[in-house]
Design a protein around this ligand. Structure first.
Ligand code: GAR
Length: 189
């Protein structure tokens, strides 16, 4: 059995897709969803999916090892960030070397870094009149969006795209590829 822990800060559509993708798989279990945001809709999704949710604040995350203890208790094999907005502290990266991954809604290294998340990314892509955008799935290190890239998929930016239409096509790509990449990593690790 391989165990996944998902970190999400907001809506949680990726978290839900991942959980549903593995729901019928006897070898993979999404054991817990962790969030820094007590108002995040992902908590409702976790309830519906029958997955426990763990909410933590800044001090707990950055100054205690409570989150690490939760991950260890759940016998976590892979930590999956899906719309998680805080930098991952060094103690977690050291505890799970090469076992924390993230998805970013653009073609890194472009449009990454602090403050570059969700609609901010798509607005910047459109403002710069990029011809393409896409997704990047990458390992997480101690800097925002700089870990080794695992997979990128590109799509054209359309002339009449708005941040919302672009975000929605990017989300479709995320739903298609993130669960598959997770499955592959679990097979090989
Ligand atoms: C996703 O598009 C994800 O790539 C992005 O936040 C969205 C979360 O959507 N992540 C980042 O921007 C990280 N820098 P969701 O909550 O519906 O899964």
């Amino acid at each position: 059995m391989k165990n996944i822990a998902i970190f999400a800060s907001g809506n949680g559509t990726n978290a839900e897709r991942i959980a549903k993708y593995f729901a019928e798989n006897p070898n993979v279990s999404v054991r817990i969803i962790l969030t820094n945001n007590p108002k995040a809709f992902v908590i409702e999704r976790a309830k519906k999916l029958n997955i426990p949710a763990f909410v933590f604040d800044k001090d707990t995350f950055f100054k205690t090892d409570e989150v690490l203890q939760v991950l260890l208790n759940k016998k976590t094999d892979l930590v999956v960030l899906a719309g998680f907005m805080w930098l991952v502290p060094g103690y977690l990266i050291q505890a799970y070397p090469g076992k924390i991954i993230n998805i970013h809604p653009a073609l890194l290294p472009k449009y990454g870094g602090k403050g570059m998340y969700g609609h901010h990314v798509h607005e910047a892509v459109l403002k710069n009149r990029e011809k393409t955008s896409g997704i990047t799935i990458h390992y997480v290190n101690e800097k925002y969006d700089e870990g080794q890239i695992i997979l990128q998929k590109e799509i054209p930016v359309l002339e009449n795209d708005t941040p919302d239409t672009l975000a929605s096509r990017i989300h479709e790509l995320e739903y298609e590829y993130y669960p598959r990449v997770i499955e592959e990593l679990l097979k090989n690790g």
